[in-house]
Design a protein around this ligand. Sequence first.
Ligand code: HEM
Length: 122
Amino acid sequence: MTLYESIGGEPAVRAAVDEFYRRVVNDPDLAGYFAGVDLARLKAHQRAFIAAAVGGPAAYHGRSMSDAHAGLGITGPAFDAVVAHLAGTLSGLGVPAQEITRIAGALAPLRADIVDDRMSTE
Ligand code: HEM
């Protein structure tokens, strides 16, 4: 059974998308990145995130991660904050901690493509 199935399939994922969306846009450190992005894109964003995390059927066939995030000035802490909101959302759905750690680990390689080099001080 995949994680997608074990958390309850599509209804659970839909609930997770709504919750993750709410957390991200209500975070004052993140809201600015999403201001002015249209709702359809925002929803696509949250869905892609959750799908990548839980291995659901909704594969993403859009722009590369580096193209999609180019020029947005995303900082390392902003990346970490988005991943933390995902972790909090999954935790609220009853996903076990070690599974959440594994998911965060699976997203980590995307960091280099998403964080803007100009924003990096390391
Ligand atoms: C693992 C991490 C991430 C994944 C898998 C992801 C996924 C995506 C995808 C699939 C799109 C394209 C949507 C489309 O073209 O319709 C997108 C766009 C976007 N992402 Fe992310 N994202 C990640 C991290 C972040 C972070 C950390 C931020 C900001 C703090 C962010 C902000 C945005 C914004 C603002 C757009 C819309 C750009 C635009 O179309 O104008 N993303 N992301």
